[in-house]
Ligand binder design. Sequence first.
Ligand code: MN
Length: 128
Amino acid sequence: MGRRRKVLYVEDNAENRRLVRLILESEGYEVVEAEDGSAAVESALRHTPDLILMDMHLPKLDGYEATRQIRKLPGFTLVPVVALTANILKADKDRAIEAGCVGFIQKPIDVDRFPRQINEFFADKQSS
Ligand code: MN
């Protein structure tokens, strides 16, 4: 048995945090949380997650800026950062990709599809 995959979930809404933690833990992931953009950067450094789920609307630093800063950390060029956003306009997606996100999951999340969506981002990473 390998080490459990660790997910850093960045979200300022407590209800969302509770829901997503429940889903991810029931799928066997270890979950670390951060409530704002600057806590996300610190938490990434401290916990070295295998994947980061990033809400884009956050206090202090927004998700775009937090992603840019995380991307610059040593060892974080390949860690997938997945944007969680209610904005589905192409301009918003372009902006997230530009900041360093590898993909999107739309909010509100679809509880049934969510585990598979997460797993696909890990699967991409493992193909190397
Ligand atoms: Mn938010």
